[in-house]
Design a protein around this ligand. Structure first.
Ligand code: MLT
Length: 395
């Protein structure tokens, strides 16, 4: 008889955002008239910007006539988009060759798929609280996981210590869920650790466009030494509203080698076997994000999400509740009031004021007692939710 992947038995019963959706659905079934204010999953509420919509329409028309029709796309990405992304990195002082850029159908897909490059015997380090897909993808692959807890004492940005033994190092900055951003000096410590120990950093840069403080790095490749130890995974989901449209990109430098094998060449081999590329239409839409007009328009949208964050932060300040994030990231990470656990606080908000957030415990055990708000909701909903939170929690 066939043996299924027995490591699935080691997964939690269900995924965090699925649990939240189920609890929310049960509440709505019991209270069909209720209006919910959703600040749980980080899904965007603003539509795609005009520059992208125009490019998508034009690309659809291209598909209508033989002269401009496209079938299979190059597996690693269309040259026009790989060029546009490498030009974008240049604006940050990072020189990349277009064939170090791999176009993907999204960062969450890629964060799991990229593990194909590494043997199952490797140990993965997950700095917690963390995006739960890192842990799940490694559990499914049967890898040993080292959970490195972070907290307020180190600003949720721990440093590698002498005794740490790990091969695959996940770093998410700006961080989901805490909003913490690693400084150049802090990232340099991780880069040095990885180069010294032969590890590889998987740098999740999905929220880089939210960084306001220009002294902070957007890319691991702004750090000296990263080209020999890091892979960067990024996405247009939050940057440009592509959560439903799906497009991401992965940077693998040509210098990145382990045990005589070149990881860029291995990923080319992987992609040419396992994908037929992202659709022409979506890649054309994505290329428009990197035009001057597209950059202006996506930053106008990010500004609206930042106003949502400011509205929530003001209320938390007034209530005297501890929080971080919100400034250089689209998430606010707060301490639950009155010693509530994070799921108790979730239920309290849902039942009393119909506000949905994300319990910190879902991001790892050290997230217990914390709660995350996404600032991607509709501005009007966020404003009402903030008022409701204020009324509910004021003493
Ligand atoms: C989140 O809410 O943490 C994100 O939306 C998850 C994701 O990007 O898949």
């Amino acid at each position: 008889m066939i043996t299924p992947n027995l490591f699935y038995a080691d997964l939690k019963d269900s995924y965090l955002f699925y649990n939240i959706a189920q609890k929310t659905k049960a509440y709505l079934n019991a209270h069909p008239q209720a209006r919910l204010y959703r600040m749980g999953i980080g899904d965007v509420s603003l539509p795609l910007c005009d520059a992208v919509i125009r490019a998508l329409h034009e690309a659809v028309d291209d598909q209508a006539v033989p002269e401009t029709f496209h079938g299979y796309m190059p597996e690693c990405g269309a040259p026009f988009l790989r060029d546009a992304i490498s030009e974008y990195y240049k604006t940050r002082g990072v020189a990349l060759s277009p064939d170090e850029v791999f176009v993907s159908s999204g960062a969450s897909d890629e964060l799991g798929d990229i593990l194909d490059l590494f043997d199952r015997s490797n140990t993965s380090l997950v700095i917690e609280p963390a995006y739960p897909a890192y842990v799940d993808a490694n559990v499914m692959g049967g890898r040993k996981i080292v959970h490195l807890a972070s907290g307020r004492e180190n600003g949720f940005r721990p440093a590698p210590d002498e005794g740490l033994r790990a091969d695959i190092l996940y770093i998410c900055s700006p961080n989901n869920p805490t909003g913490a951003v690693f400084t150049r000096t802090q990232l340099k410590e991780w880069v040095d650790y990885a180069n010294k120990n032969g590890s590889v950093i998987l740098f999740d840069a999905a929220y880089e466009a939210f960084i306001e403080d220009e002294s902070l790095p957007h890319s691991i490749f702004e750090i000296e030494g990263a080209r020999t130890c890091a892979i960067e995974i990024c996405s247009l989901s939050k940057t440009a509203g592509f959560t439903g449209t799906r497009l991401g990109y992965t940077i693998i430098p040509k210098e990145l080698e382990r045990k005589g094998m070149n990881l860029n060449a291995m990923w080319v081999r992987n992609r040419t076997t396992k994908t037929n590329g992202v659709s022409y239409i979506i890649q054309k839409g994505a290329a428009a994000v990197f035009t001057p007009e597209g950059q202006k328009q996506i930053h106008d949208n990010i500004k609206i999400y930042k106003e949502n964050a400011a509205c929530l932060m003001k209320v938390l300040d007034e209530l005297g509740i501890w929080y971080c994030g919100g400034k250089n990231a689209p998430y606010i990470w707060m301490k639950c009031p009155d010693g509530m656990t994070s799921w108790e606080f979730f239920d309290h908000l849902l039942h009393e004021i119909q506000v949905v957030g994300t319990p910190g415990e879902g991001f790892g055990s050290c997230g217990e007692g914390y709660f995350r708000f996404s600032t991607f909701g509709r501005p009007e909903d966020t404003r009402i939710a903030a008022e409701r939170i204020k009324e509910l929690l004021k003493k």
